[in-house]
Write a protein that binds this ligand. Structure first.
Ligand code: ATP
Ligand code: LTN
Length: 325
């Protein structure tokens, strides 16, 4: 039996090149070697207020993006989280196992709750439990995510181990899969911050659906560090970030990239990075438009059907172990 991977993204805001390089690109690479399940986590999206019509549209659009990125429905299961009711059910169960203290340590809650915990939604606080349910329902071996999700993966492992200890062996304890390069693509406007969908400054992110002009302008305006060499250098995070994007989009090694730009300046480098990005996104954007709603819904409903079978079996054993039903 092949090992299983599970991952997901939220249908909120626009996906950016960081989401692609940190997550989706790896999903596509791993789907040949693993039994793969990819979820559109719409129940996670409502941890912050959403406009209902926009959320519905964003959910289908995200499925288009998965497919355009190369997730192949013939190899992988793709589904919408809310089509499998066991996610919310297991989340309740695990919320009875999780502890306030461990959730309070989650840095994403501190960031997204903007320090005002009195006003923050309870769902935003308990959201990592829903994420743990997503993963544990499928007896997942490996979870390909960006660096920002590492802490949530550790919580998932802790919850699985605690449940197994207290109620008997039930869950597989998953491992994170965080890429060496691209795990945290930084904002083009502030290399100390990760590129983020929720950044108010759109110039910090290259969105997967940006047009060529916008991409070129954003790259030209990207902040740079002092010094002139185009090299990977921890003390110069801006150029390191841009060069990482170049490396991952071209598939060259780090050494090849550095050699390629030896003796060249920022101007030259940015022009080439803009060209590479535009050329990479062009066919991707064409593929996004390929899927009509009907074929999309057929893929998602077949995916949900498969997912429900696995999820139902796990939830059944969870309940049995706990003395429910
Ligand atoms: P954001 O923080 O940008 O609002 P998110 O992390 O909430 O986005 P999702 O769409 O749910 O957004 O994330 C999908 C995947 O993209 C996750 O695996 C996440 O770790 C990864 N990811 C998000 N931002 C980056 C980044 N800047 N660099 C690398 N990977 C990232
Ligand atoms: N929390 C993640 C999205 C997410 C996820 C998951 C990723 C929800 N459930 C399960 C991997 C596995 C995020 O906000 N980026």
């Amino acid at each position: 039996m092949r090992e299983r991977i599970f991952s997901g993204a939220q249908p909120t805001g626009q996906l950016h090149i960081g989401n692609y390089l940190g997550a989706l690109k790896n999903w596509v690479e791993l789907q040949d070697d693993y039994e793969s399940i990819f979820c559109i986590v719409n129940l996670h999206a409502i941890t912050l207020p959403q406009d209902p019509a926009s959320l519905r549209k964003a959910t289908l659009d995200l499925a288009r993006i998965y497919l355009a990125a190369g997730v192949d429905p013939a190899k992988s299961t793709i589904f919408i989280q809310s089509d499998v009711p066991q996610h919310a059910e297991l989340a309740w169960t695990l919320s009875c196992i999780a502890r306030m203290g461990e959730l309070e340590r989650m840095t994403q809650f501190k960031d997204k709750g903007k320090g005002n915990t009195e006003r923050a939604g309870v769902g935003l606080f308990t959201y990592p439990i829903l994420m743990a349910s997503d993963i544990l329902l499928y007896q997942t071996d490996l979870v390909p995510v960006g660096q920002d999700q590492k802490q949530h993966l550790e919580l998932t492992r802790d919850l699985a181990e605690r449940f197994n200890r207290d109620y008997g062996e039930t869950f597989k304890v998953p491992e994170p899969y965080i890429p060496k390069a691209g795990a945290s693509i930084k904002s083009l406007q502030d290399p100390e911050k990760k590129m983020s969908k929720s950044d108010e400054n759109a110039n910090g992110s290259i969105f997967l659906l940006d047009d060529p002009d916008t991409i070129t302008k954003k790259i030209k305006r990207a902040v740079t560090d002092s010094g002139t060499d185009i090299t990977f250098d921890e003390t110069r995070p801006a150029i390191t970030n841009l060069l990482t994007i170049f490396q991952l989009l071209t598939g060259k090694t780090g050494e090849e990239c550095v050699a390629h730009f030896e003796g060249k300046g920022y101007g030259h480098f940015k022009t080439e990075l803009a060209e590479v990005t535009v050329e990479f996104l062009k066919p991707f954007q064409a593929r996004v438009k390929e899927y009509d709603e009907e074929s999309l819904k057929a893929i998602l409903s077949a995916g949900a059907e498969k997912a429900r079978q696995i999820a139902a079996e796990t939830l059944r054993s969870v309940y049995k172990q706990m003395g429910i039903n």
